[in-house]
Structure formats: C-alpha cells, structure tokens
Write a protein that binds this ligand. Structure first.
Ligand SMILES: CC(=O)N[C@H](C=O)[C@@H](O)[C@H](O)[C@H](O)CO
Ligand SMILES: CC(=O)C(=O)O
Length: 322
C-alpha cells in the first residue's frame, strides 16, 4: 500500500497515498480536480507511487510468489489484487520496485509481472506504476515502452547504480532518455540512495527537471533525509508534482513536510492501519496519528533501516507479528 497525495499542500483527503506494493489513494476520484494531469498522456490519473512486487515479497515469505522451481507464480497476482483492495484498502500499485525485487528479475519476467498486474488490476485498481530502472539504458527503454504498450499509468526509474552518474546532469540525461521512450506516460524519479549509492540530492535533481523531462510527474523519495525532502516540496510548489514518501517508519514526519503520498512495502499488510494514521492526520489528531506510526517504527527500524534496507527480511519478519 502506499499513500500518495496528488495535490500539493492540500488537505490529506486530496493526497494520494501509495504503498509500496500497493498504491493507495484516499478520497481522490480518478480524474478528480485535484489529480495531477499527466503531461502528454491521455486521460487523467492520480499520482502513483510505485508498487512493489507482491511476487517478490511472497517469494521470501514462502507465500507462493515463486514456485518451487524458482519460477514466478503469476497465478497469485489476481488474488493478491483482491486482498489489497478488500482487506487493506489499497488501490494503487508500484510494480517491480524494491519490494518486488524488480532488479533481480529478468527482463521477460519483469514484463510478464507488469502485464499480470495491469490485467488483473483492470477495473479494480486505480493506478499501476511500473518501475523500469535498469543498468542498461536500452533495457530500461524497452521496459518503458512495454509499460506504455500494456497500458500502465506511469513509470518510475532509479539511478543506475554500478557505473554511477557522477553529477546531476549525467543522471538527468539517463532519466530523460528513458522517459522519452514512453512519452505519454507520467514519469517518476525513484530516489533511494542507500541502495543505489547515488547520493545526488533530490532537491538538486528537481531543479529545472521539467525542462529536460516534460513528462516528469513526481518523486518517490526513499531516504531519511527530511531536509532534502522538505526542500523538494518547498521549491516546487508551483509544479503540482507528486511527492511520494518511501520510508514508511517516517511517514508521519513526511506528511508534515508536505508529502502528497506514500509508497511502501509495509502497506501491503499495514494498509488499513496506515489509512487510520492518514485519517487522524487529516483531522489534525496528531496524537492518534503518532499512535499508529510507532507500531511500525518499533518493529521495522532495527531490521530495515538499521541494515541498510534489507527489506524483504524486515517486511516478513514483521508480518509474522501482525
Ligand atoms: C528500501 C525499501 O524497500 N524501502 C521501502 C520503500 O521504498 C520502504 O517501504 C521500506 O520497505 C519500509 O520503510 C520498511 O523499512
Ligand atoms: C517500497 C517501494 O517503494 C519499493 O518496493 O520500491
């Protein structure tokens, strides 16, 4: 589940929450007045965080994500969509990201996972954003074109992390080339420096980004640097970008800083609970909101942040406790 708010700075009901695996949107009708408009794309959509793959997660949990042969068990995706919608209240999905272990899948597996989510989510989910980042620009472009072809609602890209971009311009040029391969899809930059090792501040990257990437729609910010995050929000007030926060344990703080949504792994199983936190935040009941947030902190920080985001472990060790 993730939370994301499309409209910048608006009340929470105008925010869109995206959970990691799930994108979850509250109170914003698809195509509603507050939804960000995709640039160059057909139709209106609510800002999407990325969805992490339920498939990869399930694999770690022994829940059937991968069959014993090591193949992905695509057949669980349909049921998983129903679970997210009905039991967690999550209707937006970020596919093939960190939780989905997109970087550990082959290109054909990534395409197939994306197809399954789009097919199974049709008429049930609001938004499906596909993470298409890769070390190879060509592969990333291929995945972006594929996402457009199957009717995804957006694409997201991390920084290449082996031969790394050494400055902002190099990174932007990479992102631009990927975005150009799917010119009708809203584009998100997925900032996750602890895993990519690319430490270029998001605030620096966003400066003038739309001149280079006209489809730029927002940022998925998976870092604990709330100063950087706050500056991103503050310096782009006119842009109607989506600011999707990706450290679930800090979501409440990020909401205060102006997050418009969230994308996170824990929303797969804490969707309902997080919705309660969002509701409390919306009605300015911060004490109650805080009561919902620490539950995650207690169980997750040591496992996840403390171990530099060794996510699947943290997610599933926690899931066993809830
Ligand atoms: C590294 C990673 O996967 N981060 C996720 C989002 O980006 C988060 O949702 C974390 O899994 C979550 O905050 C638990 O630590
Ligand atoms: C959590 C998240 O955003 C991801 O799995 O990519």
């Amino acid at each position: 589940m993730f939370i994301q708010a499309p409209a910048f700075g608006g009340p929470l009901k105008n925010r869109e929450l995206h959970l990691c695996l799930t994108l979850w949107e509250r109170g914003v009708a698809r195509g509603g007045a507050t939804a960000p408009r995709p640039r160059g794309g057909a139709g209106t959509w609510c800002a999407a965080p990325a969805i992490k793959s339920a498939v990869g997660s399930a694999a770690r949990s022994g829940g059937g994500g991968r069959a014993a042969s090591g193949e992905i068990n695509f057949s669980v995706i349909g049921r998983y969509v129903d679970y997210l919608v009905e039991e967690q209240g999550v209707k937006n999905i970020f596919v093939n990201g960190t939780t989905g272990e997109g970087l550990s899948l082959s290109i054909s597996e990534r395409c197939r996972v994306a197809e399954e989510w789009v097919t199974e989510g049709r008429n049930k989910l609001d938004q499906i954003v596909i993470h298409v980042g890769a070390l190879s620009l060509k592969e990333s472009q291929e995945l972006a074109q594929h996402a457009a072809k199957i009717g995804a609602d957006g694409i997201a890209v991390i920084a290449p992390f082996f031969l790394k971009p050494w400055n902002k311009d190099v990174l932007i040029n990479f992102l631009k080339e990927v975005a150009a391969a799917a010119p009708a899809l809203p584009f998100y930059y997925y900032h996750i420096p602890a895993l990519t090792g690319v430490k270029i501040r998001a605030e620096e990257l966003l400066d003038g980004i739309q001149d280079k990437i006209p489809t730029f729609q927002g940022l998925k910010f998976s870092d604990t640097d709330l100063l950087d995050f706050g500056q991103c929000v503050d310096q782009n007030r006119q842009q109607q970008f989506a600011f999707l926060f990706g450290v679930d344990e800090q979501l409440l703080s990020a909401l205060v800083m102006g997050a418009t949504g969230a994308v996170g792994s824990t929303y797969n199983y804490l969707g309902k609970k997080t919705n309660q936190m969002l509701e409390a935040f919306e009605r300015k009941d911060f004490s109650s909101a805080l009561n919902h947030q620490p539950t995650q902190i207690n169980h997750l920080t040591q496992n996840s942040i403390g171990k530099q985001f060794s996510l699947p472990h943290s997610v599933f060790s926690y899931r066993k406790q809830v």
